[in-house]
Design a protein around this ligand. Structure first.
Ligand code: CMC
Length: 435
């Protein structure tokens, strides 16, 4: 009979151990019993960057990277992008089920009524330099909300937790829009409760002196779809940060700020900004072969290509490509699309990219749409952070309610000096500093 166990033989001692296998994993703690001698600490695994370590059990998002599948709570991303609004998907991620009509109405109304920011936030944001990066402003201002809502520390109180979740989903777009207006030197725009989540965000970004901002419905829907696609992506770098910081029972504003800081990096959410820089550098379709050759020779990476989990076409990139066509009908074609399409065409038939299973990821086309919609590249990661806030919160709440989770604290393999004799300062030789 097939047994769900693993037998490990320690060749140092000749001893064998049987450990249970559950859902394709063994528990790392089961390895601790494997000792080379009585005083031995026990075996650990070494896995920098968690390449083969499940850090949690989660029922939020499913990815099959080999087959290019993404589902939120079991629903394929394609169906959600086609039929839902972002707030409907946010409800699904947080509560596990799609809302029926009445529940959705209440949910939308509650989020809408949490979009206003305390006036102090405005003053706080005015203190940033005129050319401050909007992502730096977003991270700092989300962290600053912790000082406005000190009761958020009561993370074990379910009602209180839900209130902070609604506040964050409501207020992050307002902060994002203010950070953009700040960089342009425009006055901040207050939220408009008559508008949908995406329309209101566009209103806070673009409204000038007109009494009422009316968003183009195609652009508002495209933005909503982009929000759906970016809402969660299981244990990526920023979500892992959210769980790790949150595991210390830090309040959700500080934990979200930490997650957003991780997102800002160019290998994560910052990649969409880098894609545009890269397309500018390439210049035109004709220069693509030479650029690809340079990458293959080891000069940099093709931004927006490759993924730690997807070894197939990122399903989000397919939907974004389709959405781009809708957007360009309104805005006119972004000529960078031609360079991007040529880059994709050449890369997907090049042995270097094929053998390494490097396909376009979510960031490859999103920046081109954002730019066509009028956003400058510095805003791209902020646009990613708005919907991902919901994913971070869903994962944070799941972590808090999981009885197996404790404060995150990895082990290390120490490679430094053994005990050294202390040397008084006057007897020391100049240190050779390693950096
Ligand atoms: N261009 C050229 N070569 C690449 C690329 C790329 N974009 N990505 C990976 N490789 C090569 C890499 O040099 C390595 O080659 P070799 O085996 O010869 O050393 C091989 O492919 C495996 O790469 P890796 O760095 O071990 O793969 P990883 O899983 O650690 O990296 C990644 C994943 C996303 C960090 C990486 O593909 C990358 O840096 N891509 C460009 C940045 C980017 O688009 N990031 C957005 C990721 S999706 C959205 C998000 O997570 O926020």
């Amino acid at each position: 009979m097939k047994q769900e166990t693993l037998t490990i033989t320690d060749n140092r001692t000749g001893q064998s151990y049987v450990v249970p296998v559950e859902r394709g994993t063994i528990r790392a703690m089961d390895l601790r019993q494997i000792k080379a001698s009585a005083g031995d600490f026990g075996l650990m695994t070494y896995d920098p960057a968690f390449l083969n370590t499940a850090s949690c059990r989660s029922s939020v998002t499913f990815i099959d990277g080999e087959r290019g599948i993404l589902r939120y709570r079991g629903y394929p991303i394609e169906a959600l992008a086609e039929h839902c609004t972002f707030l409907e998907v946010a409800y699904l991620l947080l509560f596990g089920e799609l809302p029926e009509e009445r529940q959705l109405e209440n949910w939308v109304s509650e989020i809408t009524h949490h979009t206003m920011l305390h006036e102090n936030t405005k003053k706080f944001m005015e203190g940033f330099r005129h050319d401050a990066h909007p992502m730096g402003m977003l991270v700092s201002t989300v962290a600053a909300l912790s000082t406005i809502y000190p009761e958020a520390k009561a993370i074990h109180d379910a009602d209180n937790r839900l209130l902070q979740i609604k506040r964050l989903i409501g207020k992050v777009p307002s902060i994002a829009a203010m950070s953009y207006r700040h960089s342009l030197g425009f006055p901040y725009v207050y939220p408009d409760n008559d508008l949908s989540y995406a329309e209101n965000f566009l209103n806070m970004l673009w409204k000038m002196v007109e009494p009422k901002y009316v968003a183009n419905p195609v652009l508002a829907r495209a933005l909503d779809i982009l929000f759906i696609l970016h809402a969660d992506h299981e244990q990526n770098c920023s979500t892992n940060t959210m769980r790790s910081v949150g595991s210390a029972q830090t309040d959700p504003y500080l934990a979200t700020a930490a997650a957003a800081a991780a997102l800002a990096g160019p290998l994560h959410g910052g990649a969409n900004e880098q894609v545009l820089t890269m397309l500018d550098e390439i210049g035109s379709k004709d220069n693509v072969p030479a650029y690809v050759k340079k990458i293959k020779e080891g000069h940099g990476k093709l931004m927006g290509f490759g993924h730690r989990v997807y070894k197939n076409y990122d399903p989000r990139a397919k939907i974004i490509k389709w959405t781009a066509e809708q957007v360009f009908e309104v805005t006119g074609r972004n000529r960078k699309l031609d360079t991007a399409l040529e880059l994709e065409r050449i890369a997907l038939q090049d042995d270097y990219f094929v053998t390494r299973k490097l396909y376009p990821n979510v960031d490859f086309y999103s920046g081109i749409i954002y730019q066509a919609m009028g956003f400058s590249p510095e805003m791209f990661t902020v646009l990613f952070a708005i919907p991902r806030t919901t994913g971070w919160l869903a994962q944070w709440q799941e972590m808090l309610l999981d009885p197996e989770q404790k404060s995150a604290r990895p082990r290390q393999v120490y490679t430094g000096e053994d005990t050294r004799q202390f040397v008084p300062i006057e007897q020391r030789v100049p240190a050779v500093v390693k950096t």
